[in-house]
Ligand binder design. Structure first.
Ligand code: BES
Ligand code: MN
Ligand code: ZN
Length: 493
């Protein structure tokens, strides 16, 4: 995909497969007026006739228009108001991409002079379009004999000043889009392909691709030496070996403390001995979407050459119920020294994460964010629109909420009050791994909080946000955009 910027002097001479005009029904924008008069008032007549009302993301496709060099014209409504909401802007752009792709256009030109988005600069629009066009090109191909054909669009020209800073913004939008696609692809791969070892080899490939990135992979022997018996208790019932994957991006100064991302990488979650019901169990291949978001984000920030130090840690394992599997009531000792009573082997995410979070402390982090498809309760609470956000610092939580809004990848702040902690009391260990039926996503976060006392920490429960069910079943690549935006904000972007 080639995405470039160009100011528009005379719209009638723009040569492109598809000229996209974002307009209102009174054709207030100069460029729309110019096209209208060059075409003998074609547009205003269509509007008068009622063929186009200018509603948000409404499209009118005109396969040929006289008086302009562009092959086709696509009108996209801006809602007939001075400013679009940021979410509406996405709808407008996605509608445009969809129509142009349906018509098989290879090259599109987007005129933005009539768009203004509340609280967002025009450079935000460039970054957004760039990200959206890349994510629109995502196709799952790995296991299909006849995959969907590729997106026809290869070249996008944005109306805007071709400055270095705008070019960088377009580039970072593309890198984030690519990171999202990487996360989606890993999520969509089936559990028999995307194993802990597969995640490790994807991570190693990152290390080969970027000079700033180094990767190390800890095997079970090493994890046992480190005392990660909680993580290892999850992998006890499978033949697939567990891996702790560490991806370091050194973009900052040597002395800059790193920001650490910890991803839940359960490549398949059967529930273990506390076996899950059969319906929809296939979706538990997505239980590594936290890990996938770490890989996608690390790829994006390395490609952008972001001047931060960041570490991605992935706790990769498969949760299966063979004869060696951990049983309900078993007690294990975590790397932190705390003992855990495993009352339910299906609450395995927290068991792998707690040891990875203890390991994260070794990096003397500036911040730690774990990302996990942790609880069905979070899906009940928030659905798919927001990731559940928990933190031991309200200030940190507020920062992440803000970055999530900017990135159109929102989270919602959930409580982590001490009142909930007692639900994890156990008669036989320092802590139980489940907290009963009430507030399941909160008690899961409370469990993790016992292992994150030494640093600024946030937990993102992405059980709802990470994939779509039903006819559109597939990974979403969230929260790569939020994580990239957060890391970019550390260097003032
Ligand atoms: N991976 C699941 C959480 C999940 C469930 C994500 C459904 C998305 C959709 C997690 O390992 C799990 O099984 N959690 C249990 C916890 C319970 C046993 C306390 C759950 O949510 O039921
Ligand atoms: Mn589970
Ligand atoms: Zn799980």
């Amino acid at each position: 995909m080639q995405i470039s910027l160009k100011p528009c002097k005379d719209v009638t001479t723009v040569t492109t497969d598809c000229l996209m005009l974002i307009v209102d029904r009174s054709l207030n924008a100069e460029i729309a007026k110019a096209v209208d008069s060059a075409s003998g008032n074609t547009i205003s007549q269509l509007i008068k006739r009622g063929d186009f009302n200018g509603d948000v993301a409404e499209t009118l496709y005109l396969p040929s228009v006289s008086g302009i060099k562009a092959q086709r014209l696509l009108l996209i409504g801006n809602g007939n108001k001075a400013e679009l909401k940021d979410s509406e802007f996405d709808k407008v752009i996605n509608a445009g991409i969809k129509e142009a792709a349906k018509a098989g256009c290879k090259d599109i030109s987007i005129m933005l002079d009539a768009t203004s988005v509340t609280d967002r600069k025009s450079s935000w629009q460039y970054q957004r379009i760039s990200q959206l066009i890349i994510t629109a090109s995502y196709r799952y191909t790995a296991t299909l004999s006849n995959p969907k054909s590729a997106l026809s669009i290869h070249r996008v020209t944005l109306q805007g000043p071709n400055t270095e800073s705008n070019r960088n913004i377009v580039q970072s939008g593309a890198s984030i889009g690519k990171g999202i696609n990487i996360a989606r692809n890993l999520g969509d791969l089936p559990g028999n392909i995307c194993t802990p070892n597969h995640l490790a080899s994807e991570a190693r490939a990152l290390g080969r691709k970027y000079d700033s990135v180094t990767v190390s992979v800890l095997d079970e022997k090493k994890m046992s030496q480190l005392g990660m018996h909680s993580l290892l208790s999850v992998t006890a019932g499978t033949d697939q070996p567990a891996r702790l994957i560490v991806i370091e991006h050194k973009g900052g100064k040597k002395t800059d403390k790193p920001h650490v991302l910890v991803g839940k990488g359960i490549t398949f979650d059967t529930g273990g001995i506390s076996l899950k019901p059969g319906a929809k169990m296939d979706e538990m291949k997505y239980d590594m979407c936290g890990a996938a978001s770490v890989v996608g984000t690390m790829n994006a920030i390395a490609e952008m050459g972001l001047k931060v130090n960041a570490v991605g840690i992935i706790a990769a394992a498969e949760n299966m119920p063979n004869g060696n599997a951990t049983k309900p009531g078993d007690v294990v000792k975590s790397m932190s020294g705390q003992t855990i009573e495993v009352l339910n082997t299906d609450a395995e995410g927290r068991l792998v994460l707690c040891d990875a979070l203890t390991y994260a402390g070794k990096f003397k982090p500036a911040s730690v964010i774990d990302i996990a498809t942790l609880t069905g309760a979070c899906v009940v609470a928030l659905g798919k629109h927001a990731s559940g956000l928990f933190s031991n610092s309200d200030e940190f939580a507020a920062e992440l909420l803000e970055q999530g809004k900017l990135a159109q990848d929102r989270a919602w702040h959930m409580p982590l009050w001490d009142d909930y902690q007692q639900q994890l009391d156990s008669n036989f260990a320092d802590i139980a791994n489940i907290g009963g039926p009430e507030a399941g996503s909160v008690t899961a976060a409370c469990f993790l909080s016992r292992f994150t006392k030494d640093y600024r920490w946030a937990h993102l429960d992405i059980a709802g946000a990470a994939w779509n069910s039903g006819a559109n079943k597939g990974a979403t690549g969230r929260p790569v955009a939020l994580l990239c935006q957060y890391l970019a904000s550390k260097v003032g972007k």
